[in-house]
Design a protein around this ligand. Structure first.
Ligand code: NG6
Ligand code: CA
Length: 512
């Protein structure tokens, strides 16, 4: 159920900058949360959590009820968002360790490069997870290629995830606060002599893992991967939200006069480990996961207010979304499940992050551009994050090179059209499924149905399974036996699109 609230914006002082803004290209603020489900956003009807700032984007603009990331995990999803290319076509677009090489080729077209070519000031701040350097980089030297190499003038990022080493910020390819007398070493294979680990030193931990996450300890939290040195450069998890928000504001303050900007703001919440600033701790009643969602919502409110204060919000296209669906328990014992109560992060959809079911890649998404988006519009058009690239290109006059699959749905993005993707390929931990109209086809895959440590249903069926999402949005009933012809048609189509990339079954299963 969608709640509709009336929102009026306070009229703020009209600054000189705003006057200049009227005649220039629209700015773009792309906010991507990490593992936020549709049910975590109150605009989608949740009454167990309140996210008024995020909701406001949908209330002022368009709220999408049928929006998809390409994937059910972060790396492939963000790869597609920035490159407009299906992640299953890049074998490296899988959950990356913190020392992975950049998986976007130096000559590959990207959305930020498109904006750069148009003369935009561009920045990428927050969660990255697309690799950097050429593999196992020397963290004590400038890293090249860096996130800047894909078209950002300025970047400051978490290299991978907040649960992976190195637990330092990397700014324009350089570790922030590096002390040459305390060099950083990182390994995903072996520990460094004398360094404690979560596995061997549980007495040093303030949060226990429930799966993995038992290697180097930073701030009392066991992480994935081993790290030594860099003591002064290590981030403080509880300050991360304020840190990235501050950098976003700095960037906005320094956009050269007359230039539009493209700002990718990768919120790290509510990915594990969930360590809210003390201002939010205990505030949601849902435990740390709910608290960091409130923190993320506050960040969104702050950045919108800042744009407003600077007089540029009116000429800024604001897009809010999440990289993949929700997960409650993702490797730490942080009371997520115990305190969940009636909260439904996946909004009643089956599965979650990692899943081929709808909970994997069906994500929250909203767009607002004053005077251009229809106010308070709820759109059920099937839209993919991969199409944001070409849609923004169409609005700004940018170029999308051949080979990029991103398609222009800008009128849909602005809530002015019902044009939509007729079909989608979705990816979840290397497995693929197919959406057509209101049907979801899940091809057979080996493996467990339920992932032990997350409790998430992955969607591994022995045969093709078909779901009618209009009648059965929770995917309770596989209707393949009654819809043999539809299964046959969809299967053929699916295999034609993905070809060799479908590896779920024997060769006989492949289209001849
Ligand atoms: C998994 C981690 C999980 C998370 C995920 C990446 C374990 C047991 N689980 O391997 O905690 O880090 O990778 O999440 O290690 S993502 O949102 O960046 O894709
Ligand atoms: Ca994620």
């Amino acid at each position: 159920m969608i709640m509709k609230k009336q929102v009026t914006l306070a009229t703020l002082p009209f600054l000189a900058l705003a006057a200049a803004a009227q005649n220039q290209q629209p700015n773009v603020l792309l906010i991507v949360a990490d593992d936020l489900g549709m049910g975590d956003v109150s605009a989608y009807g949740s009454e167990t959590i309140s996210t008024p700032n995020i909701d406001r984007i949908g209330q002022m603009g368009v709220l999408f009820t049928n929006a998809y990331a390409t994937s059910a995990t972060s790396t492939p999803s963000r790869y597609a968002l920035f490159t407009g290319v299906s992640p299953y076509k890049n074998p490296r677009a899988k959950i990356l360790p913190g020392d992975a090489p950049l998986i976007i080729e130096p000559n590959q077209p990207t959305m930020p490069k498109m904006f750069q070519a148009l003369g935009y000031a561009t920045a990428g701040i927050g969660k990255w997870h697309l690799g950097m350097g050429l593999g196992n980089p020397d963290w004590n030297q400038p890293i090249d290629p860096s996130p800047n190499s894909i078209g950002f003038d300025y970047t400051c990022v978490v290299a991978a995830t907040n649960d992976r080493v190195p637990t330092v910020y990397v700014q324009n390819g350089n570790v922030v606060g590096l002390d040459p007398d305390d060099p950083i070493e990182v390994s995903y294979e072996h520990n460094f002599p004398g360094e404690p680990t979560g596995k061997d030193n549980p007495e040093l931990l303030r949060m226990l893992p429930n799966h993995g996450h038992n290697q180097s300890i930073v701030n009392g939290i066991p992480r994935i991967g081993y790290m030594r040195g860099g003591q002064k450069a290590k981030w403080v998890d509880e300050d991360m939200a304020d840190y990235f928000l501050g950098l976003c504001k700095d960037f906005l303050d320094n956009v050269p006069e007359g230039k539009p900007f493209f700002l990718y703001y990768g919120l790290h919440e509510p990915h594990v480990p969930r360590l809210p600033n003390e201002r939010f701790a205990g505030k949601s009643g849902l435990g740390p996961r709910g608290d960091v969602i409130l923190e993320a919502d506050w960040c969104v409110g702050e950045i919108l207010s800042y744009l407003e204060k600077k007089g540029v919000l009116d000429n800024t296209i604001v897009i809010f979304t999440s990289d993949n669906g929700a997960v409650v328990q993702d490797g730490y014992k942080d009371m997520g499940t115990e305190l969940l109560g009636n909260h439904q992060p996946s909004n009643g959809m089956r599965g979650g992050k990692y899943s081929l079911f709808e909970g994997g890649a069906h994500i929250p998404m909203m767009a607002y551009w004053k005077g251009h988006t229809a106010e308070g519009k709820v759109s059920d058009a099937m839209i993919s994050q991969m199409d944001i690239f070409a849609s923004l290109a169409a609005i700004t006059g940018g170029k999308v090179a051949p080979g990029v699959e991103s398609r222009d749905f800008h009128r849909t993005l602005l809530g002015k059209s019902k044009a939509h993707r007729r079909e989608l390929i979705l990816e979840a931990s290397g497995r693929l499924c197919y959406r057509s109209g209101h049907y979801a086809l899940i091809p057979p895959y080996k493996g467990k149905m339920v992932q032990d440590h997350t409790g998430i249903e992955l969607g591994n069926f022995p045969e093709y399974a078909l779901f009618d999402l209009r009648k059965d949005p929770a995917q309770t009933t596989d209707i393949s036996a009654k819809h043999k012809l539809r299964v046959w048609i969809y299967k053929r189509r699916f295999l034609k699109i993905v070809g060799e990339h479908y590896n779920g079954n024997t060769k006989a299963e492949k289209l001849q």
